[in-house]
Design a protein around this ligand. Structure first.
Ligand SMILES: Cc1cc2nc3c(=O)[nH]c(=O)nc-3n(C[C@H](O)[C@H](O)[C@H](O)COP(=O)(O)OP(=O)(O)OC[C@H]3O[C@@H](n4cnc5c(N)ncnc54)[C@H](O)[C@@H]3O)c2cc1C
Length: 447
């Protein structure tokens, strides 16, 4: 008998997953709490654009969407660092031709939903918020967000792609010996915008991710297709410099003029944006297991929400879909076994990227403006040029490859130990690319 499959949550991961599952012949009902994004319902307070990198492309490649999405995304080949004194530095992310891509969250989600909707195996049910789940019986309870009416469906198989505050996960938490933690950052985020210039152009270099690192907090900006930029201020909730202290247009402008002077003239709606846009919070969710027998599987943020500083949350969720697809290709007769293998292989990797994302916040807000750090990156780029097979930077492993996150974490840690020693070499500033230094690195790498 054909299995009845429910996917709860039609966000980025749930929509992609549905397409993968439908291609296997499953008949899928997708339940989404929001209205249909395609009819003008907004994305719901999350970031307007996202950085898409190799793991995300890989997920899209598998369903034939890569080329189409590349056409509506903007390559960012490096970081532009804006210093307080107005100086600017450019740091490439990888080799010539490598880039991460800025893409509209809404545009990508809509395209994935359109593709899913074109499949006769997929039916969408909007405004249906899952409020209850009986994992053993496969019963899902929904409250319609418009009518308030409650309904129940019985299914054989449930995928919980309902995001960081997953209702499915909450039901799993009620089971015996369930591990769960959620940890908030003391920083929140606020989206601001830089419109096009008067003559309709980008106000800054368009093929870069812009960062204003200020030690303890930062502002970033990603380009949009309409030639505007969406900026995000990552800032503490409380303290001397914090959201709690900025409560009038005057102290907002004073703070921005002192801290981000080059950006103020580019943000004509700064005051409105700051006081009208919500302040989002950021958290890491760790839980285990992700599966309940052969009946329920958590995927994407529902299983592993992370902070956004490596730009990997969605990319990791898309990688979940490709890993699941591979495991199902090997054996889709025993889903209990597939789910077990899936959670065992993905958990160490999602833990690793959760850690890397937290560490990258420190790099972005504190270090990218630091001269020693920049020298370190220059030396690493040189080592990579000389020994490309032995030295791939941690950033490249995470962003431009499909090397498991846990391996990127481990190899990056070894590289850090070597680089700490290299940076201690006297007069390293002047002889960083000398034969002496390169030979020392070669020895440290064990050649
Ligand atoms: C500020 C910010 C910037 C980010 N930048 C990046 C980036 O540059 N690159 C990147 O890779 N990642 C980024 N991320 C992370 C990325 O947004 C998430 O990892 C990604 O959205 C996860 O997709 P998902 O489908 O698992 O969850 P979501 O996108 O949260 O989708 C979950 C869906 O489930 C629905 N839902 C929720 N509860 C229920 C329920 N009870 N019943 C039915 N439906 C429900 C929701 O309405 C939603 O549609 C960023 C995150 C933030 C906050």
């Amino acid at each position: 008998m054909e299995k009845k499959v429910a996917v709860v949550g039609a966000g980025l991961v749930g929509s992609l997953l549905s397409v993968y599952l439908a291609r296997r012949g499953y008949k899928i009902d997708v339940y989404e709490r929001r209205g249909d994004l395609r009819t003008g319902n907004l994305a719901g307070g999350r970031s307007i654009n996202l950085a898409l990198s190799e793991r995300g492309w890989n997920g899209l490649r598998g369903i034939g969407l890569e080329e189409e999405i590349r056409k509506i995304s903007i390559p960012m080949s490096g970081r532009v660092i804006h210093h307080v004194n107005g100086e600017i530095d450019f740091q490439p992310y990888g080799k010539e031709g490598q880039a991460i891509y800025s893409v509209s969250r809404l545009g990508l989600n809509i395209r994935l939903m359109e593709l899913a909707d074109a499949s006769e195996n997929i039916s969408f049910h909007f405004d249906e918020g899952c409020v209850r789940a009986d994992l053993e019986k496969g019963l899902l309870g929904f409250e319609n967000q418009k009518t308030g009416l409650f309904s129940e469906v019985e299914t054989d198989l449930i995928f919980g792609s309902d995001g960081a505050f997953s209702a499915l996960r909450l039901s799993m938490q009620m089971t015996d010996r369930y591990d769960y933690s959620q940890t908030y950052l003391e920083h929140g985020y606020k989206e601001l915008s830089i419109p096009t210039t008067a003559d309709g152009n980008f106000a800054m270099h368009q093929n870069a991710l812009h960062i204003w690192p200020r030690g303890g907090f930062m502002l970033i900006a990603l380009p949009n297709l309409d030639k505007s930029f969406t900026c995000t201020l990552f800032f503490p909730f409380e303290g001397e410099k914090s959201f709690s202290k900025i409560n009038t247009p005057e102290n907002l402008l004073q703070f921005f003029n002192e801290t981000f002077p080059d950006v103020v003239p580019l943000m004509p709606t700064l005051v409105e944006d700051f006081f009208n846009n919500p302040t989002g919070s950021l958290m890491t969710v760790r839980c285990f297991p992700w599966a309940y027998k052969d009946k329920v599987l958590l995927i994407g943020d529902a299983a592993h929400a992370i902070v956004p500083f490596f730009g990997q949350g969605m990319n990791c969720g898309f990688e979940d879909c490709t890993v699941l697809e591979e495991l199902m290709n090997q054996n889709d007769k025993d889903l209990g076994e597939v789910f077990r293998k899936f959670e065992l292989s993905r958990k160490p990797n999602s833990d690793a990227i959760a850690q890397l994302a937290l560490d990258n916040f420190i790099e972005m807000r504190d270090l990218v403006g630091d001269k020693k750090f920049l020298l370190r990156k220059k030396i690493e780029a040189e080592i990579n040029k000389k020994y490309p097979d032995q030295w791939l930077s941690q950033y490249s492993m995470v962003t431009f490859s499909n090397i498991p996150y846990s391996e990127a974490l481990r190899r990056g840690e070894n590289q850090r130990i070597i680089m700490d020693k290299v940076m201690q070499i006297p007069d390293i500033e002047n002889k960083w690319n000398s034969e002496e230094v390169m030979n020392r690195i070669k020895t440290e790498m064990g050649n």
